[in-house]
Design a binder for this molecule. Structure first.
Ligand SMILES: Cc1cc2nc3c(=O)[nH]c(=O)nc-3n(C[C@H](O)[C@H](O)[C@H](O)COP(=O)(O)OP(=O)(O)OC[C@H]3O[C@@H](n4cnc5c(N)ncnc54)[C@H](O)[C@@H]3O)c2cc1C
Length: 379
């Protein structure tokens, strides 16, 4: 196999141009390393452009994940302007429809993660924007930590920023068949690089399948929609609700979440069975991205039954006033999922790392994870 790009000796090759791979390219480029990023697709097409672009801090699992989310949020803010990535929303309102959900918020606020957050009484919610069903709300948690970016444009802009400002080389429409430092065998030829980080998203079978198999991973399929809601107040921050409080581990670990779950099982069993919870974020054109659901399979089917979307829109209607919004776009996304961890860093050798985000947290945590991986790789 002929070696390509032989005139450019790379310190680091990154496989995968999703957020995980780009975050590693950024961390290494900031250390002055010569980096090549290789991806099989012509443009980003995986979870990284299908997500909400919601950089979530509050609600992430206590300690490591929460700390990584804060750090990653800071990096998004640091690079946003230079990379031409607008920050479209700031903050989060987690709406408690039930007294038991409000109790979860109260317990959460007493933890260190509650720093900077506050409980908002229903009568004060209009101060954050109008249109919430305040008559059916028991309170809300306001968090100032979150930001929202539009992933489908932000990821290409981040890649362009890495190429233009940091001299990162991108090799697209190129499949990596083997990655063992100091070389990678690709569909275009051999590439030499001192160190390699593999960020394959939810492809467990192409590179180092034996190493990845040891983690017992599966995949999660999510339903997403873009809607037009004429009367959505642009002042509102991102929204979540009770169903999210039993999914997001920062809330779900609170003792009061047990009672909330029992109520949800009795009253919203179909939502729970389909892994439905509510996230509503706003785009620059005023449309909203609304989701999502969670169905697990080794190979998720590509079908998106409307009954699942109806459950998501039902929860939307419990939180927001007005007629059902018009759905203008639907898509599904998949991500890697592990039974026991939110992410993994596998170390097959001194100069090789395999990094997978095994939960729905990659947009929120990849920058911090990559900083740690690159710092360790380069001592
Ligand atoms: C619908 C949905 C909503 C989500 N919402 C959020 C959210 O709001 N906030 C949040 O923090 N996270 C969210 N997530 C999770 C987040 O999007 C993922 O954790 C993250 O995008 C994973 O990034 P990645 O780079 O690992 O994977 P991907 O984006 O899938 O990228 C992997 C890349 O690797 C390439 N690749 C793999 N193998 C090879 C090979 N052998 N050769 C060449 N190329 C290869 C693929 O082509 C792909 O481009 C959501 C996910 C989904 C699906």
């Amino acid at each position: 196999m002929a070696t390509i790009l032989a005139d450019r000796p790379f310190d680091l090759a990154v496989v995968g141009a999703g957020i995980c791979g780009l975050a590693h390219a950024l961390a290494a480029a900031r250390l002055g390393k010569r980096v090549v990023v290789i991806d099989r697709d012509a443009q980003a097409n995986g979870a990284s452009v299908r997500n909400f672009g919601f950089i979530t801090v509050t609600g992430q699992e206590e300690d490591e994940c929460w700390r990584r989310a804060l750090r990653s949020r800071d990096i998004w803010v640091e690079i946003a302007e230079a990379a031409g990535i607008p920050i479209l929303q700031r903050g989060l309102l987690t709406i408690a429809r039930r007294a038991s959900a409000r109790a979860v918020i109260e317990e959460f606020l007493a933890t260190p993660m509650g720093h900077g957050c506050k409980l908002v009484e229903p009568a004060a919610l209009d101060g954050y924007g109008e249109g919430l069903r305040t008559d059916a709300i028991a309170g809300a948690l306001y968090s100032p930590h979150e930001i929202r970016i539009e992933s489908r444009t932000a990821i290409p802009r981040l890649a362009a920023f890495l190429a233009e400002r940091h001299g990162v080389t991108f090799l697209r429409e190129t499949v990596v068949h083997a990655a063992l430092p100091p070389r990678l065998d690709t569909s275009r030829g051999r590439i030499e690089a001192e160190k390699i980080v593999v960020c394959p998203g939810d492809d467990f079978n192409t590179l180092h399948p034996d190493r990845i198999a040891a983690y017992g991973l599966t995949r999660c399929k999510l339903h997403m929609m873009r809607v037009r809601a004429e009367r959505f107040d642009p002042r509102l921050p991102a929204l979540m609700s009770d169903l999210g409080m039993v999914r997001y581990l920062g809330y779900a670990a609170q003792p009061a979440a047990r009672a909330l779950r029992r109520e949800l099982e009795a009253e919203q069993g179909a939502h729970l069975a389909n892994g439905v919870h509510l996230i509503v974020v706003r785009s620059a054109d005023g449309s909203l991205v609304v989701g999502d659901s969670h169905h697990y399979a080794d190979t998720p089917d590509p079908f998106a039954p409307s009954t699942v979307d109806d459950l998501i829109l039902d929860e939307y209607g419990q939180v927001l006033q007005g007629p059902p919004p018009a759905v203008v776009e639907r898509w599904i996304g998949t991500y890697a999922s592990a039974p026991d961890r939110l992410m993994l860093i596998d170390r097959p050798g001194d100069d090789l790392r395999i990094v997978l985000i095994t939960s729905g947290t990659g947009a929120s945590t990849s920058f911090a994870i990559a900083e740690e991986v690159i710092a360790e790789l380069y001592g």
